[in-house]
Design a protein around this ligand. Structure first.
Ligand code: PGA
Ligand code: ZN
Length: 431
């Protein structure tokens, strides 16, 4: 039988976890295999990310994707027909060339992401393999350490607090399943604490509790109380991971905390965060400085990088060249990997590999706007990333992903190795 080729590509509008339109692409191969890919959507986006193509205007808040779907059908589909679905790099290079812009704005990062993922899924389907296995090959596979949000904030909670994600990790968990059980206890305890204090006001975009606190530090204090109330020792059984998402409130080396009505310069902000690292069991901190503040990243990582993971998200935008540059100047020690930040699977994989080469922690991450699609769990395991971040422990666009990882861990059995805190090489030294 001859090797399968891409026979057709179609696109449809589906809806994401914020009720906004997004793109689902569907690839049919000549052997009958089908693959689907979905584009997620960020709210706190880096300025160098691949740009989504949205219709603009008043309808659906400007978020509709009819124009992007039209060019998917008219331009992308004809260009992919007949290509080899196993040559992901070749397909992605074709998509990049066809778009022709630096930031993928002509055809849209959303269209390219959905199509690139659909090709990958079709190739796995053609081999009759789950995606993670298609990517990992035979043998052992690494099950990632989950980072799970307890309180949401920043752009995901109307900027109710400045810091975007207050997350936990379970350093002593022996398996993904155990890490989830520990998280479930802490999430439950956090909800009870909020209810007892009259602060329970539902959840933010990624399912973490709405942060009705009067300072950023109060959220950290509440998190410590929740860990204790759940019966765990902070720093031993359960540690803290933050996504500061500082591009949202920092510019030109100045950081404006709206909740606390304070503005700090780069050094003042570094001292503020370092104080937290001294007082709380924080093992990981993402985007502590704004995307335009390479100097801040560099100084901070040199000061605390031996005891905590410092992740670049908006700062590195899943770009291998930026990861290489950050490695050379030691401005972070970990990279967040989001396919739609790069715009294709191959570019995201290259960023992940650049991180690995540099000895960085590598974290595959969801966006705040998600669907029930679980592809990123397969990418995290298939690429051996070691860490996975998909938001909180509520709402099914999040739970679908945690639950998928449980299924894969079970399927792997003795061939699976849970990454645990080893996946955070710098933080592991501390714990
Ligand atoms: P976003 O945020 O998906 O809203 O951009 C996620 C993150 O900053 O990690
Ligand atoms: Zn982030």
């Amino acid at each position: 039988m001859s090797e399968p080729v891409i026979q057709s590509l179609s696109g449809r509008r589906i809806w994401d976890s914020r009720g906004r339109p997004t793109i689902e692409a569907e690839i049919l191969l000549s052997d009958g295999a089908v693959g689907r890919g979905v584009a997620p959507a960020g709210a706190s986006r880096g300025s160098r990310e691949a740009v989504d193509k949205r219709d603009g205007g008043a309808r659906l808040g400007g978020y509709d994707v009819k124009n992007a779907l039209a060019s998917l059908r008219a331009e992308i589909a004809p260009a992919l027909i007949g290509l080899d679905p196993f040559d992901q790099a070749g397909v992605d290079a074709r998509l990049i060339a066809l778009d022709g812009t630096e930031n993928k704005s002509r055809l849209g990062g959303n269209a390219l992401t959905a199509v690139s993922l659909a090709v990958l899924q079709a190739a796995a389907a053609s081999r009759g393999l789950p995606l993670w296995r298609h990517l990992s090959g035979e043998g052992e596979a690494l099950v990632p350490l989950p980072e799970i949000q307890i309180f949401g904030g920043g752009a995901h909670a109307g900027r109710r607090v400045d810091i975007q994600d207050f997350m936990i990790v379970a350093p002593r968990a022996k398996s993904f399943a155990e890490a989830l059980e520990i998280t479930a206890e802490v999430y439950l305890a956090a909800g009870r604490i909020m209810a007892e204090r009259g602060l329970l006001q539902g959840v933010a975009d990624e399912g973490g509790f709405w942060p009705s606190f009067s300072s950023n530090e109060e959220a950290l204090e509440a998190l410590i109380r929740a860990i204790e109330k759940a019966g765990f020792t902070p720093g031993e059984d359960v540690a803290i991971s933050l996504d500061v998402a500082a591009s949202e409130f920092g510019r030109d080396g100045r950081y404006k905390l709206s909740l606390e009505s304070r503005e700090l310069d780069r050094d003042g902000w570094a001292d503020y965060l370092t104080g937290w690292l001294d007082r709380y069991p924080i093992v990981s901190i993402e985007d502590p400085f704004a995307e335009d503040d390479g100097e801040g990243f560099k100084r901070f990582t040199q000061a605390v990088g031996a005891r905590a993971q410092v992740i670049g998200d908006d700062y590195l935008v899943t770009n291998a060249a930026r990861v290489d540059a950050a490695a050379a100047e030691k401005s972070v020690n970990a990279v967040l990997v989001k396919v739609n930040q790069a715009g294709t699977v191959s570019e995201a994989r290259a960023a992940c590999e650049a991180g690995r080469r540099a000895g960085f922690g590598t974290i595959v991450s969801a966006r705040s706007g998600e669907t029930e699609d679980v592809a990123i769990v397969h990418l995290a395991i298939g690429w051996g990333a070691g860490q996975l971040k998909v938001g909180s422990f509520a709402r099914s666009e999040r739970m679908a992903k945690w639950n998928e990882a449980l299924r894969i861990e079970e399927a792997l059995g003795s061939k699976g190795r849970f990454a645990g805190l080893d996946a955070m090489p710098f933080a592991a030294k501390r714990a």
